[in-house]
Ligand binder design. Structure first.
Ligand code: PRP
Length: 213
């Protein structure tokens, strides 16, 4: 039975394709995709779709894709989707969720309600709730680091990879919320119906992860 894999485009794309290639998969059509949206593997009986991170979960959660490769950040933010298993840590695309602010903000000692800017409201809310802090979360869609610089918020919860965006803007890391990396998720029904094929893909990818270690 043929498999469909949803890949996350953008930040994880190159790393995921390299890992698939190390695992012996044929991703030429993904690399030369033009405007095509469904792309066949040139070695194995499966195809790929390249989608935004939230959509990756949506396609797998509804079974339109059997497997997905998506960041742990997106999985943590979308906890309500539950029709999949998280089955493998690809140990690539590593970064972390951090809390950051300008040094003068005194974020953790500030009295009263603080404002936090983030692309990840669910993650941010859970973090401050666990610290019994009263926060107002303001959803920002991009360049989150801007929001404390011009006075919209007191601090941010965001992803840090190299840390250069924070440094370039004078923001200080105050805490690490979670470590992030790319994960393979599998639709629950697909796991029942196509266990053999999926196990093979997972085992190929696991070998590639071990080779990279
Ligand atoms: C992410 C994140 C930070 C930046 C961190 O944004 O939200 O802004 O990368 O990377 P660094 O630690 O290597 O500097 P992304 O590039 O995905 O774009 P966006 O802010 O427009 O969403």
């Amino acid at each position: 039975m043929s498999l469909r894999i949803a890949l996350t485009k953008g930040r994880l794309e190159e790393k995921t394709l390299t890992m698939l290639e190390t695992a012996g998969y044929g991703t030429e059509k993904v690399r030369n995709k033009g405007r095509a949206l469904v792309l066949a593997d040139t070695v194995h009986d499966l195809d790929y779709v390249l989608v935004k991170s939230n959509d990756c979960i949506t396609y797998v959660d509804h079974g339109a894709a059997d497997l997905g490769v998506v960041g742990k950040d997106t999985l943590m933010e979308n906890e309500e989707a539950s029709n999949y298993y998280e089955m493998l840590d690809l140990k690539t695309g590593k970064c972390c969720f951090i809390v950051a602010a300008l040094p003068e903000a005194n974020l953790f000692s500030k009295k009263g309600r603080i404002r936090i800017g983030t692309k990840y409201p669910h993650v941010a809310k859970a973090y401050f709730l666990s610290r019994n802090m009263d926060v107002e979360i303001i959803k920002i869609d991009g360049s989150v680091e801007l929001s404390p610089l011009i006075g919209l918020v007191d601090g941010i919860v965001d992803i840090m990879e190299t840390g250069s965006t924070l440094r370039a803007n004078g923001l200080q890391v105050l805490d690490t919320v979670a470590e992030i990396s790319a994960r393979v998720i599998v639709n629950k029904a697909s796991w029942k119906l196509k266990k053999e094929e999926i196990t093979q893909v997972l085992s190929d990818l696991k070998k590639a992860v071990d080779e990279n270690a």
